[in-house]
Ligand binder design. Structure first.
Ligand code: CU
Length: 291
């Protein structure tokens, strides 16, 4: 009798300690089951009103002149593309191409976060071609798990080598005449640098997004993101440069069936990197909270 009571006492203490210890993890999963529709596992698809975000990316001041690339390491490159030049800053009439513009976060009409919705993975593929020992396009976007088709249009061998931080790193050789390489990225990441291990001057950047609300500015600096749920968003314009690129942010409100303007300016006369960098920790706080 006495011994049994002792055993029960010890058991119940042990059980309550276990319950306390697992309160954090256990409580989270219970919440997920109790409130379907609020977690990513059961994310709804957006079906409300949509509008668009459009704008023009300017480059203030004198852009750096393109530099001729020394391709003597691979004569095939020089034969096909004798005037190969750097393409990190393509400016025409003060307008900047190859800027990656995307919705970073925000709230749709009704108060729900845009990141809480599920977005279909496009069945279409995005192509990255190697032509004249040069990546085309230079900056591109895909959705998470969307197919990226890498082709080699050159009579020489390339070695495609993305260097992501959040996705697995890989590199793969693609010989002259080899079939396309098909890849995808399972995690959102802005942006993944791509290099070629054969030709050190070759560079491209791939933005991987959970949602379809991104675009690359064209050679007139223009872009338009359509089908955007009505709401208020932080829009980011990213361009390459330095270690991780340069970002500008802007708040925009997209009206139902209307259009929001978001023009950005890079270059000499614009404000320094500081404002957008200082904003970032505050913007990231909700994500930290999830943990
Ligand atoms: Cu190459």
């Amino acid at each position: 009798m006495n011994k049994q009571t002792k055993v029960w006492l010890v058991l119940s203490i042990a059980l309550s300690m276990l319950a306390l210890g697992s309160a954090c993890g256990g409580g989270t999963s219970t919440n997920k089951e109790a409130t379907p529709g609020t977690t990513s596992e059961t994310a709804a698809k957006y079906s409300g009103a949509t509008g668009s975000i459009s704008g023009v990316i300017s480059f203030n001041g004198t852009p750096p002149a393109p530099k001729k690339i020394d391709t003597t390491a691979d004569p095939v490159c020089g034969q096909k593309n004798p005037n190969l030049v750097t393409d990190d800053t393509i400016v025409k009439d003060g307008k900047l191409a190859n800027t990656f513009i995307y919705i970073k976060e925000g709230t749709v009409e009704g108060g729900k976060k845009i990141g809480d919705f599920a977005w279909d993975t496009p069945t279409s593929e995005v192509q990255l071609d190697q032509n004249g020992c040069h990546y085309a396009p230079h900056v591109l976007g895909v959705q998470v798990n969307q197919k990226l088709k890498i082709t080699n249009s050159d009579a020489t061998q390339h070695n495609i080598h993305p260097t992501p931080k959040l996705n697995p790193e890989w590199n793969q050789t693609q010989a002259n005449g080899a079939p396309p390489i098909e890849k995808s990225f399972s995690r959102a990441e802005v942006l993944i640098p791509v290099k070629c291990n054969q030709h050190p001057w070759m560079k491209a950047y791939i933005g991987v997004m959970k949602h379809p609300f991104f675009k690359v500015s064209n050679d007139t600096g223009a872009y338009e993101i359509s089908g955007v749920p009505a709401g208020t968003y932080t829009v980011v314009a990213w361009r390459e440069g330095g270690a991780t690129g340069e970002e500008k942010t802007m708040q925009v409100t997209v009206p139902a069936s209307g259009s929001a303007k978001a023009d950005f300016a890079f270059g000499a006369a614009t404000t320094s990197l500081k404002p957008s960098l200082q904003m970032m920790p505050a913007l990231e706080l909700p994500a930290l909270h999830n943990h």
